[in-house]
Design a protein around this ligand. Structure first.
Ligand code: BGC
Length: 718
């Protein structure tokens, strides 16, 4: 089409026109062939636009904690560009541990800028699958075990990404809570568990965050693959939640043309691949939504309205992003992004134990600090599957500690070794474990203190896509090594870098423990900030650490409950996921949800409520005074849980309904107020297929974790 100076711009190109008008105009101008072509991949990470009309292609990119490098057109492998090394932000478990939605906005905005600079239409993240079992290999990509926490954190993330004119693609919708048999496993769960536990974060991302795209998951629900599930995509997502964005499949998650056409999928990606391992060389024309779809439309088997709906959504995505008038330009590996990564990491690190104020360690306090453990020097931005990153730089914990304390005061030795990071297979280290341990003991003996840096490492089975962990234990002989180090030097602190809970058989002997996550490019700086006391730790656990695996809900009912029989898995713990299980069943965890220490102390006044009776559609205001009674500035996260002691239905002992991270200077105090809608006390009534607030007495429980309770108030709901 040639547009002369005199001619009016076609509506779809007129950026002053509302998006819906532009979409309808574009739809009216494109052929059936062109519409079908919008609905499937043309390369590993892109799908067609309408070249004839200047409508751009859709380019997606992994992942949720750093913008992945450019890939070969139809391969998983990197294309070898030299301008695509990104900033790695901390993994999403760390973000969740900040309990700070402002940081989630900063995170989304920053990573969105990186994606925008790289000209991407869609960022394949964030992931908000619920932490059901500590064995799930992908937990590090998600935001923990609590639907409320994940909801509050995902909304600003999505908004931040999309403020760049880049679509967030919330994944994996839904119940992709294990990697074992992920492509086939059929999840059986109650309507209550579905609506109360597994869907709220997705719902919040869609309805409050206005996410422009969502990714179906590999597994099945009610027998349907989630990438083309009538129930999940047509009914819940598009009908009930009024989602007007694009559903894209997970890579290789499509299995049927009929279902893909009819059941709510819009873009088919990665067919004939199996996660990140196999790549079959099938032409894209053989995709389920390619020739078979085209033929079905031509033969009248499929209604044109189904194709129009998909095309309309994809055009809307393009007009919201690459064809938006006010799309910013983004930036890549900027100092602001490093600063954001460091801040998020610093606020997400959780201090688990700190006997006799082992931490903080100011510079100059010790002459000889032994740093032991492979994770102190290993790259932890690579591995894990699709989130593996090519980064501009990565400050290792060892480097961060050297920069903080001076290289002369640090002696480093590996202590243990794992093999190289491989996807889909393990390769053990060739180094001799006994010699590594013997060397570490020698170093430990001689040092003033030992900082042990271990954990998991994103190798296969150690926090990695497509393979769950095999046990709760630390791998690579680390428990034995930690014991040996403690024998050699009792001033040994343990710093764990992982996206999952681990068993700690040595816990009583260790004076101090830090949970450090996968912290990204600024890992070493952030860890050194916390260890030295430049930053007062304020992270809180976004999931429960069990004492042993069998204590957690998903592992309490035998194999059918996890990992299933390869065909079905049954969520028998029902709504009692994470701390809901531990607290209701009165099982003591190793560390509870919401837990984390500080270098300062806080005093809590008794909470007061503005009313003792409320209506189901009312709001209750709860206030109290929080004071920093220690000598250093710090932040505490006040958490408000609700319980319903007498209920007609089964209830968790308590459920998180609000939280606030409060920053206080030493000696400062502030009044903290929660405005809690009573509607949030509702449970999902299966008989009525809707939410219901039961009348009666509720207890509002204020805590610094799900276990450390600071006050309780009753509220009667009429
Ligand atoms: C993962 C997705 C990812 C996609 C593209 C799949 O294996 O499950 O999370 O976005 O690959 O790399």
């Amino acid at each position: 089409m040639v547009v002369s100076a005199q001619q009016k711009l076609p509506v779809y190109l007129d950026v002053t026109k509302p998006i819906e008008e532009r979409v309808e105009n574009a739809l009216s101008l494109i052929t059936t062939e062109e519409k079908v072509a919008l609905c499937l991949a043309q390369s590993k990470f892109s799908s067609k636009g309408v070249a004839r009309l200047g409508i751009p292609e859709v380019w997606s990119v992994d992942g949720s904690h750093g913008v992945s490098d450019e890939k070969i057109w139809d391969e998983w492998g990197g294309a070898g560009w030299t301008n695509d090394s990104c900033t790695a932000f901390p993994a999403l478990t760390c973000l969740a541990a900040t309990f700070n939605p402002d940081l989630s906005l900063l995170y989304g905005k920053s990573i969105g800028e990186e994606a925008r600079y790289r000209n991407k239409t869609m960022l394949l993240g964030p992931g908000v699958n619920i932490y059901r079992t500590p064995l799930n290999g992908r937990n590090f990509e998600y935001m923990g075990e609590d639907p409320y926490l994940a909801s509050r954190m995902v909304v600003p993330y999505v908004q931040g990404v999309q403020s760049n004119g880049v679509a967030a693609c919330v994944k994996h919708f839904a119940m992709n809570n294990q990697e074992i048999c992920r492509g086939e496993i059929n999840v059986n769960l109650s309507e209550r568990a579905l609506h109360e536990i597994y869907l709220p974060a997705f719902k919040a991302a869609v309805q409050e965050g206005n996410a422009w795209s969502i990714m179906g998951s590999y597994n099945r629900l009610r027998g349907e693959h989630c990438c083309h599930s009538n129930f999940l995509l047509n009914k819940i997502l598009k009908n009930d939640w009024k989602f007007d964005g694009v559903v894209i499949s997970d890579w290789g998650g499509v299995h049927s043309t009929d279902e893909a056409v009819n059941n709510g999928l819009d873009i088919e990606m990665g067919t004939y691949t199996n996660g990140l391992t196999t790549t079959g060389h099938f032409p894209f024309s053989e995709y389920y939504l390619a020739n078979p779809f085209r033929k079905g439309i031509k033969d009248g088997k499929y209604d044109m309205a189904l194709l129009d709906d998909k095309a309309r959504r994809i055009l809307r995505l393009i007009f919201r992003t690459t064809m938006s008038a006010n799309r910013p330009f983004g930036r890549f590996v900027s100092p602001e992004h490093s600063e954001a990564a460091r801040k998020i990491a610093g606020e997400g690190i959780v201090l688990l134990k700190n006997d006799n104020q082992f931490f903080p360690i100011p510079a100059g306090k010790y002459k000889k600090i032994a740093v032991i453990g492979e994770n102190a020097s290993r790259s932890l931005v690579v591995g894990g599957g699709s989130t593996s990153l090519k980064v501009a730089y990565e400050v290792s914990p060892l480097q961060g500690l050297k920069d903080k304390y001076g290289g002369d005061h640090i002696i480093y030795t590996l202590g243990y070794a794992s093999g190289p990071s491989m996807y889909g297979r393990e390769e053990p280290s060739r180094l001799n474990a006994d010699s590594l341990m013997a060397a570490a003991i020698e170093v430990a003996k001689d040092a003033d203190i030992v900082l042990y840096v271990g954990g998991l490492n994103k190798n296969y089975f150690q926090d990695c896509e497509s393979g769950d962990r095999k046990s709760l234990d630390l791998p690579f002989g680390q428990d034995k090594l930690i014991d040996a180090l403690l024998n050699a030097n009792k001033n040994t602190a343990v710093i764990l870098l992982s996206g999952n809970a681990v068993a700690m058989p040595w816990i009583d002997k260790v004076p101090a423990i830090v949970q450090g996550w996968y912290l990204g490019s600024e890992a070493g700086n952030a860890l050194a900030d916390v260890i030295s006391g430049d930053i007062n730790p304020s992270g809180k656990l976004p999931f429960t650490f069990p004492k042993k695996l069998e204590d957690s809900g998903a592992h309490s009912f035998g194999k059918l409950c996890y990992p299933g029989d390869s065909v079905n898995v049954y969520y028998k713990e029902d709504i009692l996921v994470g701390y809901r299980w531990f607290d209701t069943k009165k099982i003591a965890p190793l560390f509870p949800f919401g837990y984390g220490l500080s270098y300062t102390t806080f005093a809590w006044s008794k909470p007061a409520v503005d009313k003792v009776e409320a209506k189901a559609d009312g709001t209750v205001k709860l206030s109290f005074v929080l004071a920093n009674t220690g000598k250093v500035d710090g932040a505490e996260t006040a958490q408000l849980y609700v319980s319903k002691p007498a209920s007609a239905v089964s209830r968790a002992a308590r459920e998180l309904k609000a939280f606030k991270k409060v920053f206080l200077k030493a000696g400062e105090s502030k009044t903290v107020t929660f405005d809690v809608p009573v509607s949030s006390f509702a449970y999902y009534n299966e008989a009525k297929s809707g939410w219901e607030v039961e009348p009666g007495t509720y207890t509002l429980i204020l805590g610094s974790s799900s276990h450390d309770i600071k006050g309780k108030v009753d509220l009667k709901v009429k």
